[in-house]
Design a protein around this ligand. Structure first.
Ligand SMILES: Nc1nc2c(c(=O)[nH]1)N[C@H]1C(S)=C(S)[C@@H](COP(=O)(O)O)O[C@H]1N2
Ligand SMILES: [Mo]
Length: 411
């Protein structure tokens, strides 16, 4: 077969070849009269912008986004486990760590993304707007990536500040699906830009001669901003840094019994039911059911464990909990804790976090408690009085407060 020397798209089926040629064919240039404002040549003059700067910021952002995506996906899988997924009960603080990293890398990305967008935004006004169909597709792809990245950072920051008004959608679902869009866009973007990034990073580090801020200075400033944000927010989970957590929406020591509250009893509408002397915890198993009042619960063997509450929003705090082992209650209704799922339901009537499912690894763990006491005192009503779930290595949303019913299924 004779290869045609002057086109890169030979040797493929004719349809594909024609499609590729159509994609790469130059488009007619738009009228020059439209070339006004930022579309004029030479408008953006900062000598700081360079392929090297963009590549360095892009590499840092790629790492931060990658770590943020993996830890976020993990959090999603723990909360909505598909059949193949397995999450251990130990180490006790693993989720606290992965979710702390998720929120920290997301927050550290804010200045990185800002600087990266600044370094490339003159391209928004490049002329002609589209040289070819392929070029137009690449620009649309970059636009989707930028929009998705901005959406993730803005919605994440709104969520940890508990400001839901600007989000007319369910945060978790929006944040999750847009993350896939961002990752898809990011992979394509890396695929397209990798040769240019390689070339820019391999070139000797010639500093552009100019007055004012240098590229190093700019990178240093961005790194300092990311570091400062991290330092002023990780204190919401790392106790020794709590004093520095001026930007953190939650402080580990603030709240009744020295622990932050996610949703109060009044907010959940459970105050009357929680304080009702007729309160019973109903445990239903495959063989039998029991109904336990507070005296019966305190009459069962009590155990104490130091466990963290690790909220998906990035704050976490360890406390000392005392109560009945979940596995003892499961055994009480005739099920084998090593092979049982427990559905834990709250007195709360509505709300997304009114119930959760505890998988066998956690049901069987001796540290998984139906807690009655916190720090040696009866639970504060905002922490789930009369009884709440507390299990090792689980997101806060799965630590159901004001428990009224436990249904055990053998699996
Ligand atoms: N019934 C019920 N339990 C719940 C919630 C809720 O809204 N309703 N919020 C959860 C969330 S998101 C967290 S982080 C923890 C926080 O527990 P705390 O308020 O005792 O610190 O409670 C969890 N338990
Ligand atoms: Mo939470």
């Amino acid at each position: 077969m004779v290869r045609h020397p002057d086109t890169a798209v030979t040797g493929r089926p004719a349809v594909l070849r024609r499609f590729a040629q159509w994609c790469l064919a130059p488009l007619p240039a738009p009228p020059v009269a439209l070339r006004r404002g930022p579309l004029r040549p030479g408008v953006f003059r900062s000598g700081l912008r360079s392929a090297r700067l963009t590549s360095q910021l892009g590499a840092a952002l790629g790492v931060a986004f990658g770590v943020c995506f993996v830890t976020g996906l993990l959090s999603h899988l723990i909360q909505h486990p598909p059949g193949w997924f397995w999450w251990p009960a130990r180490p006790v603080g693993l989720y606290r760590f992965t979710q702390g990293v998720h929120v920290a890398t997301g927050l550290a990305s804010v200045p990185l993304l800002g600087a990266k967008l600044w370094s490339v935004y003159p391209r928004l006004f490049s002329w002609p707007p589209a040289r070819s169909v392929a070029h137009a597709a690449e620009r649309v792809g970059a636009g989707v990536l930028v929009a998705a990245a901005l959406f993730l950072l803005v919605s994440g920051v709104l969520n940890i500040s508990r400001w839901y008004a600007p989000m007319p959608f369910f945060f978790t679902a929006g944040h999750y699906w847009v993350a896939w869009l961002a990752v898809g866009g990011l992979l394509v973007h890396i695929g397209v830009q990798l040769p240019a990034v390689r070339a820019a990073l391999a070139r000797p580090t010639g500093e552009p001669r100019q007055d004012g801020l240098s590229r190093r200075g700019l990178l240093g400033g961005v790194a300092a901003a990311s570091g400062l944000i991290t330092l002023t927010t990780v204190g919401q989970t790392i106790r020794p840094l709590a004093g520095l957590a001026v930007l953190a929406p939650r402080h580990p020591g603030a709240g009744p019994q020295g622990l932050p509250v996610n949703r109060t009893a009044d907010g959940a509408g459970v105050r009357a039911a929680a304080l009702d002397p007729a309160y019973r915890l109903r445990v239903t198993g495959p063989g039998r059911s029991v109904s336990l009042d507070l005296a019966a619960l305190t009459g069962l063997p009590q155990h104490t464990a130091d466990l963290p509450i690790a909220c998906v929003e990035g704050w976490s705090a360890t406390a000392t909990w005392t109560g009945v082992r979940l596995r003892d209650l499961v055994a009480l209704v005739g099920a084998d804790p090593r092979h049982a799922h427990a559905v834990v339901e709250s007195l709360q009537v509505g709300g997304r976090y009114r119930s959760c499912t505890v998988p066998p690894e956690h049901v069987g763990d001796p540290l998984t408690l139906v807690a009655l006491r916190l720090g040696g005192e009866p639970l504060h009503i905002d922490h789930g009085y009369p009884a709440r779930l507390i299990a090792p290595n689980r997101p806060g949303v799965l630590q159901t407060k004001w428990i009224s019913r436990i249904t055990v299924r053998e699996s």
